[in-house]
Ligand binder design. Structure first.
Ligand SMILES: [Zn+2]
Length: 272
């Protein structure tokens, strides 16, 4: 959900979205609310979305503190993003009051159902606030590299006991590798992260793409791990090395998977 350019009433935008979500056919998946970003929405849309998501037990996702321009806009009420939104007649009364993360806190968005995507530019205390509220942070390594942001504050966020998982962001924010199709691919994200953070163990990188993501979605113990009472989902990649090297092989796996099981049914059957 956005709504800055259309200038539609936040209530209408949200009602339409809720109606659409509730008309989706029943499936084992789930949908959540995503007010796009603090700068591309008005505070009321964030506030209403947080309330509805909490009441209905839905996840809430927003892209926050992604760029230096967004940080400057909310923290100091100036800079290129601030000027651009003023030109587009977005009410900027919510700027100059604190960091983008503090902006979300004022709208009641920081809670354990929130997936805060990006979180690259934090004010002192923002990481601790995420920790206190049980927010999950989604880091998107390839999008991050594409925009050449400053280094993702992983140590600071992890130090505040925040759940960090990996995401893809969108096709609009990644560069096309030579001879490679443009695609959303968590293997590519794991690889990009591992290259940028050689000090992080491959076990940890794999957790960020699996169990940490499950926890962010509120599906811990159901997906992201192979254990009793989880959904019967599994993928396999070819590997013939030593067991100790298995995590590294998964994190840097370059091609397609060789088997895929969804809900106990082979979507891609293993070749015997
Ligand atoms: Zn994004």
């Amino acid at each position: 959900m956005t709504g800055v350019k259309s200038r539609r009433e936040p209530r209408l935008i949200l009602d339409e979205t809720v109606q659409k979500m509730e008309s989706l056919p029943a499936s084992r998946g789930a949908a959540g609310l995503s007010p796009h970003a603090p700068y591309s929405t008005v505070p009321e849309l964030l506030r209403l979305s947080a309330t509805v998501a909490r009441d209905k037990g839905w996840r809430l996702t927003t892209h926050v503190a992604e760029s230096a321009e967004e940080f400057e806009m909310f923290t100091h009420a100036r800079g290129p993003m601030f000027d651009w939104l003023e030109r587009n007649e977005r009410d900027t009364a919510d700027c100059g009051l604190g960091s983008p993360v503090q902006h979300l806190e004022r709208q009641g968005c920081l809670a354990n159902n929130l997936l805060a995507v990006h979180a690259n530019y934090l004010a002192p205390g923002d990481a601790a606030l995420f920790g206190r509220r049980g927010v999950s942070v989604v880091h998107c390594p390839r999008s991050h590299a594409f925009f050449q942001h400053r280094r993702f504050p992983r140590e600071e966020i992890a130090g505040a006991s925040v759940n960090i998982c990996l995401g893809t962001d969108s096709l609009a924010s990644m560069s096309k590798g030579r001879g490679q199709p443009l695609e959303l691919n968590l293997f590519a994200e794991m690889n990009a992260f591992a290259v940028a953070y050689p000090d992080v163990r491959p076990e940890t990188v794999l957790q960020m793409a699996t169990v940490n993501g499950a926890r962010a979605l509120g599906w811990q113990g159901k997906i992201g791990e192979l254990s009793e009472n989880t959904l019967a989902d599994m993928i396999a990649v070819p590997f013939a090395g030593k067991r100790a090297d298995a995590f590294d092989a998964v994190v840097h796996h370059p091609g397609d998977v060789c088997a895929s099981l969804i809900d106990g049914q082979w979507a891609i059957a293993p070749v015997a």
